[in-house]
Design a protein around this ligand. Structure first.
Ligand SMILES: Cc1cc2nc3c(=O)[nH]c(=O)nc-3n(C[C@H](O)[C@H](O)[C@H](O)COP(=O)(O)OP(=O)(O)OC[C@H]3O[C@@H](n4cnc5c(N)ncnc54)[C@H](O)[C@@H]3O)c2cc1C
Length: 370
């Protein structure tokens, strides 16, 4: 048997970023042979499935106007590609905390106006959910929530339709330059070890990004081991997503099967650390045995919305969240698309939220990829 033919492109990581890039390369760029290598048994099993499912429409980042404005534009384009991922039955409420909020009502209203994000005073039945005196204002906003199962199915169908070759249950352990136009990928999989060669490699491994990217990219990453509590909320919150801004507060967002996810700025991150070659985020997550912080989250949340005291925990999702350190200050979530200086042909990509994948594909339009 001769050597395997060189792949035109290999994508490492089958979350929303890797899968969308693989489809983009086949469909928009006419790249012939595209291989997608994913560690899990199927695409879309890690952060792209295990998140809070909010399609950020610009309301969440009043201190980062660029992120806000771009969020709003991206939403429509993202939903054109994955229409089945939109849940149409959700009411979205944002409240501004009366004490300690980094944004006040005036600033919030102004930032929404500047980016054209629709906003109206909440209907009385929603405003009445809040403890008087704890919030300054309560708004109804147009922010959608995803059906993550439907998104995952839509992405898998797009991969099949585009003719992307999948290698699942396989981990890329190392990347090496083997010729002026080729990068070797050393892959450990259920079927054993394999070395393949590709002209371009897209590192879309999210929390594992720093392990395959160069040191400059790795140095900019920060990880959080995050807990989202899965809860059965009282009937008054059925189909309601509720967020208290802008500081150490909480949000509760509809999830599958009539349940919600609950997160709290103070309690959701159990650990956080800067990228460190000695710490594998996946291994740290697998080894983590911390207790759920649901009780603390719900006690804090019920001070704002008393009916939440009746919430029951069903479980928790623990997942690593990875962000660019540069964003810690303004809470922005721009994308990283970095061409490797050490390995020409290698791109490392990180997006802090799902619909920003639209930005990455726009940015890739400018890359020659020949
Ligand atoms: C707790 C939490 C809440 C969030 N809430 C929201 C929200 O409400 N709205 C929003 O838009 N975003 C949210 N996000 C962010 C969003 O989930 C991520 O921005 C997005 O999923 C990143 O997509 P990705 O494809 O880069 O990562 P992933 O979906 O994690 O995909 C990376 C893939 O790479 C694979 N992989 C890793 N290393 C290797 C390797 N060496 N070889 C082969 N495969 C490998 C992994 O198995 C994984 O499938 C949240 C994230 C978290 C963790």
């Amino acid at each position: 048997m001769g050597p395997e033919p060189v792949w035109d492109a290999a994508v490492v990581g089958g979350g929303i970023y890797g899968a969308s890039i693989a489809v983009y390369l086949r469909k928009r760029r006419g790249v012939k042979r595209v291989l997608l290598v994913e560690r899990e048994p199927a695409p879309m099993q890690r952060a792209s499935l295990r998140n809070q499912a909010r399609i950020h429409a610009g309301y969440h980042y009043p201190r980062s106007l660029t992120t806000s404005a771009r969020s709003l534009q991206n939403v429509a384009r993202f939903l054109e590609t994955h229409p089945s991922a939109l849940r149409r039955d959700i009411v979205s409420i944002y409240a501004i905390a009366a004490a300690q909020s980094k944004t006040n009502t005036r600033q919030f209203v102004r930032s929404c106006r500047e980016i054209g994000a629709p906003l109206k005073e909440a209907r009385p039945e929603f405003a009445a959910l809040f403890e008087p005196g704890q919030v300054e204002s309560v708004f109804e906003v147009e922010e959608s929530v995803m059906d993550l199962g439907a998104l995952s199915r839509s992405v898998s169908a797009a991969l099949a339709e585009a003719g992307v070759e999948l290698q699942l249950q396989s981990e890329v352990r190392a990347l090496t330059r083997v010729s002026p136009h080729g990068i070797a990928l050393d892959i450990e999989g259920s079927a054993g070890a394999r070395r393949v060669e590709a002209r371009h490699v897209f590192n879309c491994t999210y929390s594992a990004l720093g392990r395959l990217a160069g040191p400059a990219t790795a140095a900019g990453l920060r990880h959080e081991l995050a807990e989202l509590a899965i809860v059965s909320a009282p009937a008054a919150l059925s189909g309601v997503a509720l967020t208290v801004m802008d500081g150490p507060y909480f949000s509760i967002v509809p999830h599958d099967e009539g349940l919600h996810t609950l997160s709290h700025v103070r309690y959701t991150p159990h650990l956080s650390w800067r990228e460190d070659a000695a710490i594998s985020p996946a291994a740290r997550l697998a080894a983590y045995r911390g207790d759920s912080r649901f009780e603390r989250m719900i006690r804090a949340a019920a001070r704002f919305v008393p009916v939440l005291a009746q919430t029951r925990q069903v479980g928790s999702i623990f997942e690593v969240k990875t962000v660019l350190q540069a964003n810690e200050v303004d809470d922005g979530r721009p994308i990283l698309l970095e061409r490797s200086a050490e390995l020409p042909g290698l791109y490392s990509i990180l997006g802090g939220k799902i619909d920003n994948v639209v930005d990455v594909l726009d940015r890739l339009d400018a890359e020659a990829l020949s």
